[in-house]
Design a protein around this ligand. Structure first.
Ligand SMILES: Nc1ncnc2c1ncn2[C@@H]1O[C@H](COP(=O)(O)OP(=O)(O)OP(=O)(O)O)[C@@H](O)[C@H]1O
Ligand SMILES: [Mg+2]
Length: 333
């Protein structure tokens, strides 16, 4: 009963925010471009007139630092919002010069994982707190930067979000990590957030001239195409365009506390993120819109997608085969 109430609270939160595209940037692998993408996509969307909020859910606080912000003395942060019932989202939120609304983090956020561990509503705290926030309800986009792990903080992001976007590099091992990630999304979908969808993959630090990149992209496309008519949360997932080229300016701008647009608005990194923002905004959400009319995926079990065969073994469509195997095991269960 209590669990049903908690699921209800998270559902209410998402309903209250139906006009807001709430997107978790998630990949349990570290250093793949999650923060860089959350920051620069948020800044790009704001430049096109959208009202955008960002939540830093990573105890490394890289998103907060990248945006040149910090948690000033005595002010609450996302940590307080999560662990202290009396702290409102609107008290912790700050408006940045870029026009972004930020829920900042500092390193004490690591303690939230431990402090929340025995709380019955530990996975849906963020959703419930955001539902009560006027500032968040007025947003067009809310982007959440997840830590490189699948712990409670990431779970809170997934129970608030409607969409997951996966930043990744075009490497073979990155494809393998994707299976674990999709399994987690399916589990959360089956539990607290049945309308959660994986809507896109962003290719970061892309080196288009390499054969490996082309092969990984072909595998990824095959995998996503094979999922199109399957009852899985990633059936509407697409590779967002363009891929983000490796560009040193993107690595330099965090140390100036700026997004790429204040640092060098004409570099390839700025061009790519602006075009990506257009694709994300115009492409729409993947089958996420209606809280009660969405496809029923509550029965879908976590689908371990295994991509193991190394290139050159003649098993070109290995990713597609993995999806077929996963859906067979679903059908059997
Ligand atoms: N397109 C790019 N070109 C060059 N450098 C990049 C690019 N994208 C990201 N980087 C750099 O790569 C590093 C990792 O990126 P980022 O911090 O965004 O990854 P992350 O997935 O958020 O990492 P973590 O898992 O630790 O949170 C950073 O130094 C960042 O500046
Ligand atoms: Mg990061």
């Amino acid at each position: 009963m209590a669990q049903l109430r908690r699921i209800g609270a998270a559902k209410q939160a998402r309903k209250a925010m139906t006009a807001t595209r709430t997107i978790a940037f998630m990949n349990q692998k570290g250093g793949v471009g999650k923060t860089t993408t959350a920051v620069n996509l948020a800044a790009a969307l704001a430049r096109t007139g959208r009202r955008v909020g960002v939540i830093d859910l990573d105890p490394q606080a890289h998103l907060t630092l990248h945006l040149g912000a910090s948690v000033s003395d005595g002010r609450p942060s996302i940590y307080d919002v999560l662990v202290d019932e009396s702290t409102l989202v609107d008290e912790a939120a700050v408006t940045l010069p870029q026009g972004l609304l930020l829920l900042p983090a500092e390193t004490d956020l690591a303690g939230a994982e431990v402090e929340l561990a025995s709380a019955p509503d530990r996975a849906s705290r963020l959703a419930a707190r955001c539902a009560a926030s006027k500032a968040i309800r007025g947003l067009d986009f809310l982007l959440i930067d997840c830590p490189p792990s699948l712990g409670l903080l990431t779970l809170n992001a997934l129970s608030l979000a409607r969409e997951v976007v996966v930043p990744m590099q075009a490497h073979f091992l990155a494809l393998q990590g994707l299976s674990k990630l999709l399994e987690t999304v399916a589990l959360v979908g089956a539990g607290v957030n049945p309308h959660l969808r994986v809507s896109g993959v962003v290719l970061c630090m892309y080196e288009g001239h390499t054969r490996l990149a082309a092969e990984v992209v072909a595998d990824l496309e095959g995998f996503l195409d094979a999922a199109r008519d399957q009852p899985v949360p990633w059936s509407g997932c697409r590779i967002l365009r363009p891929p983000i080229r490796r560009n040193i300016k993107l690595a330099e701008c965090p140390s100036f506390g700026s997004s790429i647009f204040e640092y060098d608005a004409h570099c390839p990194g700025a061009e790519d993120y602006l075009a990506l923002a257009r694709d994300l905004a115009e492409g729409g959400a993947a089958d996420t819109a209606d809280a009660d009319g969405g496809r029923d995926i509550e029965r879908v079990e976590a689908t371990p997608v295994v991509m193991t065969a190394p290139r050159g073994d003649g098993a070109a469509p290995r990713a597609a085969a993995a999806t077929a195997a996963a859906s067979e095991s679903n059908a059997a269960s």
